[in-house]
Design a protein around this ligand. Structure first.
Ligand SMILES: [Ca+2]
Length: 293
């Protein structure tokens, strides 16, 4: 009898070890493969419409950690915006910095976004060598640092008004959240930013009320499990009128209103000049406005 239990216990231990090893291998594969097996084409700034001389307005969408631009949501969002604007006036694009975003630790991706990809995006915008009147940059998660650092350069090198849209901005522990959107504009240049965030599984790292943005909390209109990706899916829906088809949010009612103000794409110059003027009156550094069902 004793021998039977001894053998049974030994077998259980062996099974536990095998299951643990398999679990670790699967987890490692899930984390490492997206980081190192990603295709490397379509880096940098790409446009979804043809460039022409008359375009004085620019909108660029960028991604966060372990994401890319081409064949991913930033390209889809740029195309959705193109359908809402006059392509003679607007240049619509997405920025791919997946080389720096493909890291095991999200802190490394945020550092790359802040120190390298922001300047890279600004450099490519400046290479367009055109007299831009308005620049709207949209960034999710780590991409918040890309658009913020890019805007700090662009405001010194152009006369364009700057609009930043932060989607669940990721602020690592040793980063200064107040640095996001801390842009010194000349008196004749407008800067305004909006941020949409959820209180989700990424915890306090992605739910800051930013000093240099008008903050909007969209947690309550997400599904039961709150998602770090919901803010970009919702923002996409405010452009296209419906959630992305692969998002499991198809049947959800789109809510954009809080206290009589419509949020999301409606706050951009792309929606209309009047909308943008109204946005400039909305206070930044606020305690988040909550959008409710
Ligand atoms: Ca969040």
């Amino acid at each position: 009898m004793f021998l039977y239990f001894y053998k049974e216990q030994k077998l259980m231990k062996r099974r536990t070890i095998i299951i643990t090893v398999l679990f670790v291998l699967i987890l490692t594969g899930l984390l490492v493969c997206p980081a190192f097996c990603r295709k490397t084409e379509h880096k940098g700034l790409n446009f979804v419409n043809k460039t022409s001389d008359g375009q004085e307005n620019l909108v660029v969408v960028t991604h966060g950690w372990i994401e890319k631009g081409k064949n991913d949501w930033p390209e889809d969002m740029a195309e959705a915006i193109l359908k809402r604007v006059d392509s003679n006036d607007w240049l619509c694009g997405y920025f791919d910095w997946s080389k720096g975003a493909s890291t095991i630790n999200p802190l490394d991706a945020a550092t790359y976004a802040r120190d390298i990809s922001g300047a890279a995006l600004a450099g490519q915008v400046l290479q367009l060598n055109r007299n831009l009147k308005h620049i709207h940059l949209i960034g999710h998660s780590c991409g918040a640092w890309t658009i913020s650092e890019s805007a700090k350069i662009l405001v010194r090198q152009t006369n364009a008004h700057i609009h930043l849209t932060f989607l669940d901005a990721y602020v690592p522990k040793n980063f200064n959240a107040d640095s996001l959107g801390d842009i010194n504009t000349p008196s004749d240049v407008n800067y305004w930013a909006d941020q949409y965030y959820t209180r989700d599984y990424t915890l306090e790292f992605t739910e800051h009320n930013l000093k240099h943005a008008h903050n909007v909390d969209v947690t309550e209109i997400d599904q039961i499990i709150k998602d770090h990706n919901f803010p970009w899916k919702w923002y996409y829906a405010t452009i296209a009128g419906k959630f992305p088809k692969w998002s499991f949010l198809n049947d959800d009612k789109l809510v954009t209103d809080a206290n009589g103000t419509e949020y999301g794409f409606a706050r951009s110059k792309e929606a209309s000049k009047d909308n943008w003027q109204k946005s400039l009156e909305l206070k930044m550094g606020n305690k988040a406005v909550t959008i409710k069902k």
